[in-house]
Design a protein around this ligand. Structure first.
Ligand code: PLP
Length: 402
């Protein structure tokens, strides 16, 4: 079925002015046409301070000179894509850089967060069968989790409204309370291959899991031969003030999934795996056409170099702590905030009003804010946002809160 007539006019039946993009998102009315630093501009020239980073993607902001240079250089080679049938230096260099900076021994590249988590589930099952039996296939996720919208990642996502219309979801995946007693009962070494955890639950309301909880979960899973997967798709790559989120908690998992900011806005995900899990995967066990291509890998190398920089990470920790205090100041002054959670450049505010109303007033005020639930605002500024810009964000947020 063609979506364009020969004249380029909308096909018959399309309502006048209606954009033929499937209506899975409720989009804001303004059209963004340009970005610079930590600001976006719409087609009328109005500017918006970005406290959302395109949902945790644009860690280096907009129009970054390093990213632009790397893209231009990469295009000069003529190689945007070569497929995974051949060797290609940028992907190999990126894998080595990720391994050098983490616990991991091997890396698998893919194209999105959901894909990274689905891959991690496959790796866990492959490994589980190896170390256990054919019954060791279960994947356990936590209450409040968000791991993606595909069938297995959705089965690990605790959002009834996202799940219900698409049942049956992938089997063998269950959601467990964030409670060590319940987990102790659920984590059967014969039937569970892996537990997946966001160290800071993003979509679930910006809930920072306790270090003691994560440490005990690590102890339990290690003792029972169950793989621990950290989904760092939203909270990793510098957002908490450490390169990997697991470093902020001092707990080392067996697999980490990353995506969002990895390739500076180009689609890319990755699964970092321990030597033991990596050793069980053989040619033919998993694949993807686009994963780890030369262009995205070149950009990701630049992003990784930048978000690994200790002075950037320190500023995320220090400015992030300052930002948290400033948000507490808003709570005191307005009386409209019920709770504040977060760390680094990842904060959530439970508010009395509907989040969508505040977000809309934010557009008028010139600030982009995210939500994480009906009454929770979520703030994920670009990691390059400085304190003065954060202070402007705080003032605009206060204005939007009314
Ligand atoms: N995991 C977490 C923690 C996320 O925040 C997201 C996206 O918001 C995903 C997985 C899914 O990523 P993607 O939208 O790239 O599939």
């Amino acid at each position: 079925m063609s979506s364009l007539t020969e004249t380029g006019a909308p096909p018959e039946g399309a309502a006048a002015g209606e954009v033929p993009i499937l209506g899975t998102y409720k989009r804001a009315p303004m059209e963004l046409v340009r970005g610079a630093g930590v600001e976006l501009f719409d087609d009328t020239g109005k500017s918006y301070l970005d406290l959302g980073s395109g949902i945790a993607v644009n860690a280096l902001g907009y129009g970054d000179a390093g990213v632009k240079r790397v893209i231009a250089d990469a295009l000069e080679t003529g190689l945007i894509h070569v497929s995974n049938l051949y060797r290609s230096e940028p992907g190999e260099e990126l894998a080595s850089a990720l391994v050098a900076r983490s616990f991991a021994d091997k890396v698998f590249f893919c194209n999105s967060g959901a894909e990274a988590n689905e891959g991690a589930f496959k790796f866990a099952r492959r490994w589980g069968r190896n170390v256990g039996s054919d019954a060791k296939t279960g994947i356990v996720a936590l209450r409040g989790s968000f791991h993606g919208r595909l069938f297995a990642s959705l089965a690990a996502t605790d959002r009834p409204s996202y799940r219900a219309p698409f049942r049956p979801l992938a089997g063998g995946i269950s959601i467990c309370e964030r409670d060590l007693h319940v987990l102790d009962l659920a984590l059967d070494s014969d039937t569970v291959a892996a537990v997946i955890v966001e160290p800071v639950q993003g979509e679930g309301g910006v809930r920072v899991l306790e270090t003691a909880f994560l440490a005990e979960l690590r102890r339990l899973t290690a003792e029972r031969g169950i793989a621990l997967i950290f989904d760092e798709i939203q909270c990793g790559l510098g957002r908490l003030g450490t390169l990997f989120a697991y470093e902020s908690f001092g707990v080392v998992p067996d697999m980490v999934t990353i995506a969002k900011p990895l390739a500076g806005g180009l689609p890319m995900g990755a699964i970092l795996v321990s030597a033991e899990i990596g050793a069980t995967m053989k040619p033919g066990d998993h694949g993807t056409t686009f994963g780890g291509g030369p262009l995205v890998s070149s950009v990701a190398l630049e992003v990784l170099r930048r978000v690994s920089d200790e002075s950037l990470l320190r500023s995320v920790r220090e400015n992030g702590a300052w930002f948290g205090e400033a948000l507490r100041g808003i709570a005191k002054r307005t009386g409209k905030v019920r709770a504040i959670r977060g760390m680094g450049y990842m904060w959530g505010l439970d508010i009395v009003e509907k989040a969508s109303d505040v977000i809309e007033r934010g557009w008028d005020a010139g600030v982009l804010i995210l939500s994480a639930g009906e009454h929770t605002l979520r703030l994920l500024p670009p990691l390059v946002m400085n304190r003065e810009q954060l202070a402007r964000g705080v003032a605009l947020l206060e204005q939007a809160l009314g």
